[in-house]
Ligand binder design. Structure first.
Ligand code: FDA
Ligand code: NAD
Length: 434
């Protein structure tokens, strides 16, 4: 099969790829220099839409509506945009072998692509229950969500099982966003997760109590402290029930599993330095191999603000790391340099009428402030995380744009606090003064 050469190749066609392409165009590239190789069949899009607007019962989001870079208020890059810029979109093409010494990538169909500079933007894959050998986990209608094809399967299942029963396995981001949107589709929803409260990676018990109360008021049943150990299915192979470790059995027409992701680094095993499960990079997202960069979910990069190495699985970092890598690549071609990446972690989620934002690091003691009554008409509450007498992290539910900016500033500036009671009293007022 023919071999194709590009000066720059972006491997992966997700969020980071779209933002990297825009940055390449901004910096200036010649036609034919850049290719994006993606196993998805569509141009880069804003992945967060898949667990939110894409699944709405009315007015659902569909492509081309949410191609990158609309998610951050930028230009929407349609397939025609890539054509105009001379950027080749090589879609429905899975790379199955990467050889960094010969700078070549091989697709499942046997095509070879060579490059001068490679940006790895392969993102994450979902962890499946079949990976742990959970009995019956390969039944029909046990679904996962990562790519647009998965979302289409969910849409079809929601339509086929109208007003049926859904069980959501996992109490993280996917668990909370999917149980909400399936409830909006009028399914009878039960969430199951092993921890004492939802989203334990980020939420304190106090924060989680609000969301659990709110979801319960919306009719979502929550089963904590246990896991799915098996599934029953009918003669068609369709799932009918979820068996829990505590002996309970839940009827189910649809099961959605969100038990975490894994960065897709396996193509590069043994060829690049790794750290914390990701590909180790410097502050410009260059890996241990010169000319090879890694961005988005797969990169383990120096977090300047905290003096350690981290991997971040969120969209804001996917966008910014991609832009940083391209700026660094273009600057180095001119013998120039760019500033080190200085990232302030930013995570968010939306479900039902709720929207929260978090900035910084969730370490140390916490205070909870504001109206966190799940039954309030317009709840607005937050938390600060305090370590060594300084605020490191800030969370806010129901904030305005200005209020969210204020908590972001607090997490960046890390102001000193002497009295946690005063901080609790002041709440959002404290952030407004910074
Ligand atoms: P991303 O996953 O976007 O893209 C990877 C691309 O590489 C895909 O196109 C994939 O097909 C391709 N690929 C992988 N291996 C390949 C191979 N071997 N050959 C060819 N192509 C290959 N974050 C947030 O902050 N707020 C939010 O609300 C959400 N919501 C959300 C919803 C859902 C459903 C998911 C799955 C994720 C989120 N996230 C999120 C997380 C966020 O979307 C995620 O961190 C970014 O998409 C990461 O961007 P990347 O470009 O690194 O990977
Ligand atoms: P997650 O890590 O957020 O949550 C996984 C949850 O599953 C945890 O509560 C965990 O304890 C639980 N769990 C683990 N094993 C289990 C088991 N056997 N049975 C039941 N529960 C189990 O991962 P996710 O929600 O699957 O999300 C996948 C990826 O997508 C992550 O990278 C996430 O950051 C990203 N994502 C982000 C957003 C957002 O930022 N708003 C939204 C959706 C997805």
């Amino acid at each position: 099969m023919a071999e194709k050469h590009f000066k720059y190749v972006i491997l992966g066609g997700g969020v980071a790829a779209g933002y990297a392409a825009r940055e390449f165009a901004k910096q200036g590239i010649n036609k034919g220099e850049l290719a994006i190789i993606s196993k998805e069949a569509v141009a880069p899009y804003e992945r967060p839409a898949l667990s939110k607007g894409y699944l709405f019962p009315q007015g659902a989001a569909r492509l081309p509506g949410f191609h990158t870079c609309v998610g951050s208020g930028g230009e929407r890059l349609l397939p025609e945009w890539y054509d105009e810029k001379g950027i080749e979109l090589i879609l429905s093409t899975e790379i199955v072998k990467a050889d960094l010494s010969s700078k070549s990538l091989t697709s499942a169909a046997g095509a070879t692509f060579t490059y001068d500079i490679l940006i790895i933007a392969t993102g994450s894959s979902v962890i499946k229950l079949t990976d742990f050998g959970v009995q019956g986990a390969d039944a029909n209608n046990i679904l996962y969500l990562r790519e647009i094809d998965d979302a289409d399967k969910l849409v079809a299942a929601i339509q086929a099982k109208k007003d049926g029963k859904a069980v959501i396995v996992g109490g993280g981001y996917i668990g909370l966003e999917l149980s909400a949107v399936l409830r909006l589709n009028n399914l009878d929803v039960t969430m199951v997760y092993p921890e004492p409260w939802c989203m334990p990676r980020l939420f304190t018990a106090g924060i989680a109590a609000f969301y659990e109360g709110y979801y319960a008021n919306k009719g979502v049943e929550i089963v904590k402290g246990t896991v799915a150990v098996g599934f029953e299915s009918d003669t068609n192979g369709d799932v009918t029930a979820v068996k829990l470790k505590d002996g309970r059995v839940l009827d189910a027409d649809i099961v959605v599993v969100g038990v975490g992701g894994r960065p897709l680094t396996s193509l590069f095993k043994g060829q690049l330095a790794e750290e914390k499960g990701g590909i180790k990079t410097d502050a410009f997202f260059q890996t241990s191999v010169p000319g090879v960069y890694a961005v988005g979910d797969v990169a383990t990069f120096p977090m300047k603000l905290y003096g350690d190495l981290r991997r971040v699985e969120h969209v804001d970092h996917a966008r910014k790391s991609a832009e940083q890598a391209v700026k660094a690549i273009k600057a180095s071609e001119e013998g120039k340099s760019v500033e080190e990446y200085d990232y302030l972690p930013y995570f968010y989620s939306r479900s039902f009428d709720l929207a929260w934002q978090f900035y910084g690091d969730n370490v140390g003691d916490t205070v909870l402030f504001g109206d966190d009554d799940p039954a309030s008409a317009k709840p607005k509450f937050g938390s600060y995380w305090i370590k060594d007498g300084k605020i490191f992290g800030a969370f806010l539910e129901g904030g305005s744009a200005d209020e969210n900016n204020a908590i972001a500033k607090v997490a960046r500036v890390q102001p000193a606090v002497s009295d946690l009671n005063v901080l609790t009293q002041e709440g959002l007022q404290f952030a407004a003064k910074i």
